[in-house]
Design a protein around this ligand. Structure first.
Ligand code: ATP
Length: 562
C-alpha cells in the first residue's frame, strides 16, 4: 500500500479575511489514474457533495528544487485559466507530506482512453472534438500561454462529453508575443520540428503542429511520425516524412487541412482562425457534444445522417447563419487576396497570437508624385499583426516590417542589405543597424525570414526609383473603423480610408495630397486644404488630424498597435 492509500479525508484550510479558518473536507474515492508524479482520485466535497478530481503528489517525489519550481509554474499558469474547454482548477493546498490540487472531474477520461477502445474515429467526431480543442487553444494563446503538450492523453472529457484541455505541466506563459521559448519539451510523437531544431526558439505555432498530429491520429489511428524508436521519430519529424495509408479513406478536406498544418516552417502554418474556417470544419454541420455511446462504439448511421447535409454552417460552433464557407488556401495564398480595411481601432488590442482578426491587405492606388507630394510612399501592405506585425513595400521597392515588439526592419529593393531598428537602453532612443543578408546576427533570423517572405508576397513590379538613406520605414501605424494610418520615417503621414480614398500629409513640403476613390489626385498646400472647397478632402483631413494628434506624441495607447 502506498502512502496515498493511507489518506481517506483531505482537509483544505482557508483563512478568511476576518481571520476565521474555513475548512473544506474532501472524502477520497477511487483512483482515476496515475501520472509521472501524481495519483488522481475521485473526491467528494463532504459538505456540498460535489465531486472533484484530487491530484496528490508526494512532496518527496518533487523534492528537487527544479521539479518543485516546475510544479509551481504549472499551478501558477493553470489556476488563472477559466474556459469551458479547460479543466477547471478549483484549488491547491499542501500538508507536511503531500501537495493537493482539486480539479474539475472528467469522468469520461481522455481521448487516449477513447482511442484505445475505438482505434480511430469518424470525421464527424473529429470535427466535434477538434472544434473544442481549437476553442481552448484560442483562449490559451490569447492569454499568452503555449500548452506545449497537446496530445490525446491531455484532452479530457466531462460527464456531458465536453472537451476539457488539461495538464499544464509543460505550459509556458510568454511575457510578450514575440518571445521565443527554448526549452526542449513535449511528447515525442507530437513535438514540433522547430523544438527539435532548437535554433530559433519556438512559440504558439508548436500547439498548431501538435493539433495537426492530433487530427491525423484521431482519423488514422496512429500518429503520423510514429516509429519504434524516438530518434527515428525525431528524424522523421525533422524531414516531415509522413504519409496517408491507402486503406483509410479520408475526405479531401481532412487531408488538405492536415497537410496545411504539418509544415516544417512554423511561419507557414495556418492560424487558429484559418483552421476554423477551413472546409473541413465548414463542409457539414456537426454536433456540439457526442453521445456517451461513442466512447465505445462509432455513432450509428441514423445519428450520422442528421449531419450529412452540406452547409456553410457549423452547429458545433454556433456560427452566424450568414457565414459562408470560405476555403482556406495556404497562408501564402491568403496573403494574395486583397480585402478592404475594416475593423475597430486595434491599438493595444491585439496581443493574442491566436489569429482571431482577419488578415488585411491592400494595394494603394496609382499615385504618381505631384508638386509637394511624397516621392516615396507605402504601395502595398498586409496586416499580419495577429502573428507578427505589419508588412509593407514602398513605391521605390524597399520592403519592411513593423513587428509586434515595435522593432522595425527595412530592406533595399535589390535585397542586398537591410536595416534593423530596435529600442535602445534609454526611452525614445532607437538603435539602427545595417546588415547584408549574408551576414547578420542569428537572433534576427526569424525576422529576416519573415521580411523575405512578405517581400516576395507583396512584390512591387512597378517601382519608381528613389534612393534614400537610411531606408524608409513605418514609425507608427494604427487601424480605426475608417482607415489605416501610417506614420512614415520620411515625415509623411499616409492614410488609406475604407472607401479606398487616400490622403498623404507631407511635413517637409507642408502639402496635402488627396486621391479620391475615383483616382483623382489633388495636391494642395496644407494651409489652404481645410477650406479648398473639396469637402471630401477636408472631412478626411480633419479626421486625420484628430487621429494623428493621438498618434504622434510618444505616449498613450493609441501610439502603436500594441
Ligand atoms: N480532472 C480529471 N478528471 C478525471 N481524471 C483525471 C483528471 N486529471 C487526471 N486524471 C487521471 O489521472 C491521470 C494522470 O493525471 P495527469 O496526467 O494530470 O498527471 P501527471 O502526473 O501530470 O501526468 P503526466 O506524467 O502525464 O504529466 C490521467 O491520465 C487521468 O487518467
Amino acid at each position: 500500500m502506498s502512502r496515498h492509500d493511507d489518506i481517506q479525508i483531505v482537509e483544505e484550510k482557508l483563512v478568511k479575511s476576518n481571520g476565521e479558518i474555513l475548512v473544506r473536507r474532501y472524502s477520497k474515492g477511487r483512483l482515476l489514474g496515475k501520472g509521472g508524479f501524481a495519483k488522481v482520485y475521485e473526491a467528494i466535497n463532504i459538505e456540498t457533495k460535489i465531486m472533484y478530481a484530487l491530484k496528490m503528489m508526494e512532496k518527496a517525489s518533487i523534492s528537487k528544487a527544479r521539479q518543485r519550481q516546475k510544479f509551481m509554474a504549472e499551478v501558477k499558469i493553470h489556476k488563472v485559466l477559466h474556459h469551458t474547454n479547460i479543466v477547471k482548477f478549483e484549488g491547491y493546498f499542501e500538508d507536511s507530506d503531500f501537495v493537493y490540487i482539486i480539479l474539475e472531474i472528467c469522468p469520461n477520461q481522455t481521448l487516449n482512453d477513447l482511442m484505445k477502445r475505438r482505434k480511430r474515429i469518424t470525421e464527424l467526431e473529429t470535427q466535434c472534438y477538434l472544434a473544442q480543442v481549437l476553442s481552448s487553444l484560442r483562449y490559451l494563446h490569447s492569454h499568452r500561454v503555449i500548452h506545449r503538450d497537446i496530445k490525446l492523453g491531455n484532452i479530457f472529457l466531462s460527464e456531458k462529453m465536453e472537451v476539457k484541455m488539461g495538464d499544464f505541466g509543460l505550459a509556458a506563459k510568454l511575457e510578450f508575443d514575440g518571445e521565443k521559448k527554448r526549452t526542449i519539451c513535449g511528447t515525442p510523437n507530437y513535438i514540433a520540428p522547430e523544438i527539435l531544431d532548437g535554433k530559433n526558439g519556438h512559440s504558439y505555432e508548436v500547439d498548431i503542429w501538435s493539433f495537426g498530429v492530433l487530427m491525423y491520429t484521431l482519423l488514422i489511428g496512429k500518429p503520423p511520425f510514429e516509429t519504434n524508436d524516438v530518434k527515428t521519430t525525431y528524424r522523421r519529424i525533422k524531414m516531415n516524412a509522413y504519409s496517408f495509408p491507402d486503406h483509410i479513406t479520408l475526405t479531401p478536406e481532412a487531408k488538405d487541412l492536415i497537410e496545411k498544418i504539418l509544415v516544417t516552417d512554423p511561419v507557414l502554418r495556418p492560424t487558429i482562425s484559418d483552421i476554423e474556417e477551413h472546409p473541413f470544419f465548414l463542409k457539414n454541420q456537426f454536433p456540439k457534444f457526442l453521445p456517451t455511446s461513442t466512447l465505445a462504439i462509432p455513432p450509428s448511421s441514423t445519428y450520422m445522417r442528421q449531419f450529412e447535409k452540406t452547409t456553410g454552417l457549423s452547429s458545433g460552433r454556433g456560427r452566424d447563419s450568414s457565414a459562408k464557407p470560405r476555403s482556406m488556401s495556404n497562408n501564402k495564398e491568403d496573403l494574395k487576396q486583397s480585402s478592404r480595411v475594416e475593423g475597430r481601432a486595434m491599438s493595444g488590442e491585439r496581443n493574442d497570437g491566436s489569429g482571431s482578426r482577419i488578415k488585411k491587405q491592400a494595394t494603394i492606388s496609382m499615385y504618381t508624385p505631384t508638386v509637394g507630394g511624397p516621392k516615396i510612399w507605402v504601395k502595398k501592405w498586409v496586416d499580419y499583426s495577429n502573428k507578427y506585425g505589419l508588412a509593407f513595400v514602398f513605391s521605390n521597392g524597399c520592403a519592411g516590417m513593423y513587428f509586434n515588439d515595435a522593432s522595425k526592419i527595412s530592406c533595399t529593393n535589390d535585397g542586398q542589405l537591410f536595416q534593423y531598428l530596435s529600442k535602445g537602453p534609454n526611452p525614445g532612443e532607437d538603435i539602427l543597424n545595417e546588415y547584408t543578408f549574408d551576414e547578420y546576427p542569428q537572433e534576427l533570423m526569424k525576422k529576416v525570414k519573415l521580411l523575405q517572405h512578405f517581400k516576395k508576397h507583396l512584390k512591387n513590379d512597378d517601382i519608381i526609383h528613389e534612393s534614400i538613406s537610411p531606408l524608409p520605414y513605418i514609425k507608427k501605424w494604427l487601424v480605426t473603423s475608417h482607415a489605416i494610418i501610417f506614420r512614415l520615417s520620411i515625415k509623411i503621414v499616409q492614410v488609406y480610408f475604407t472607401d479606398k480614398s487616400e490622403l498623404m500629409l507631407c511635413s517637409d513640403t507642408k502639402y496635402v495630397v488627396y486621391i479620391s476613390k475615383n483616382g483623382e489626385i489633388t495636391s494642395t498646400p496644407l494651409i489652404n486644404a481645410l477650406d479648398s472647397g473639396n469637402r471630401e478632402m477636408s472631412k478626411r483631413l480633419r479626421y486625420t488630424k484628430e487621429i494623428i494628434s493621438t498618434m504622434i506624441p510618444n505616449t498613450g495607447k493609441l501610439n502603436s498597435p500594441r
